[in-house]
Design a protein around this ligand. Structure first.
Ligand SMILES: [Zn+2]
Length: 63
């Protein structure tokens, strides 16, 4: 069996805005609220990970 289910970040647990995946190099990724201080006023951010799957997992368990 392959892990075919694509992981989707859930909406921000604080403000309900869509989340966005941030990539800062090949092995540094995290998910943050799309209303992060640049564009809004929510500072919800997931723990950094070295792959997309884990970054999304870290975000989804913030709830
Ligand atoms: Zn938010």
């Amino acid at each position: 069996m392959t892990e075919a289910t694509p992981l989707q970040p859930q909406r921000c647990p604080k403000c309900g805005a869509p989340a966005e995946l941030v990539k800062a190099g090949s092995r540094r990724l995290w998910v943050q609220c799309s209303r992060h201080p640049d564009k809004g006023n929510c500072n919800t951010i997931g723990a950094q990970a070295d792959n997309k799957k884990e970054a999304i997992h870290n975000w989804n368990r913030l709830k």
